[in-house]
Design a protein around this ligand. Sequence first.
Ligand SMILES: O=P(O)(O)OP(=O)(O)OP(=O)(O)OC[C@H]1O[C@@H](n2cnc3c(O)ncnc32)[C@H](O)[C@@H]1O
Ligand SMILES: [Mg+2]
Length: 191
Amino acid sequence: MASHNAGKVAENAALLAEYGIGIVSAKELGLPVPEETETSFLGNATLKALAAARASRLVALADDSGFSVAALDGAPGVHTADWAELPGGGRDYAAAMAKVRDLAAPHADRTAWFTCALVLAWPDGHVEGFEGRAMGEWVWPPRGPGGFGYDPMFQPAGQALTFAEMDKAGKHAISHRANAFRMLAEACLKG
Ligand SMILES: O=P(O)(O)OP(=O)(O)OP(=O)(O)OC[C@H]1O[C@@H](n2cnc3c(O)ncnc32)[C@H](O)[C@@H]1O
Ligand SMILES: [Mg+2]
């Protein structure tokens, strides 16, 4: 699993476990964190998956994801992690969510969504990529102790709870990650 984000690794591990597939994370293997230089989720996921597959000689799954606000033209988007980055290293998601709220609050449109690009890469350079979304609204104040990242400020369409208020199964039933994973499973894991 070509990711250094514990929340993502746990969610993808749970999705893969349904197919009897175990994972070892890039962090556990001591792989470097590649620079995410592409302008799309699929581009960055491809770069991360290929780097891990080539370094580990194993099939690697990368997950590039992010939060988008319609009134901010899709920002923070591929820069979602950067908005949480602290100057001295580490991340502050409470501050990142407050920044999104401050910029978005003047706009009446509360539409927001998560995107997840999943890319499988083989050591020989073959790649397969899939993208999923979860549509909804941003809410303030943030609510819920679960999930990770920006989950407390996202309420999926038609739901009363934020992602952070749902249990794991509730988020998996409708998440951007599970939607992308369903396509990946259909194409690469079944049969
Ligand atoms: O690149 P890797 O090592 O996988 O880990 P990362 O945390 O840097 O991941 P990204 O570059 O893809 O940035 C994604 C950002 O979006 C956030 N994010 C992704 N999926 C999310 C989810 O399901 N719920 C809440 N926040 C999420 C995540 O916390 C990051 O801040
Ligand atoms: Mg990253």
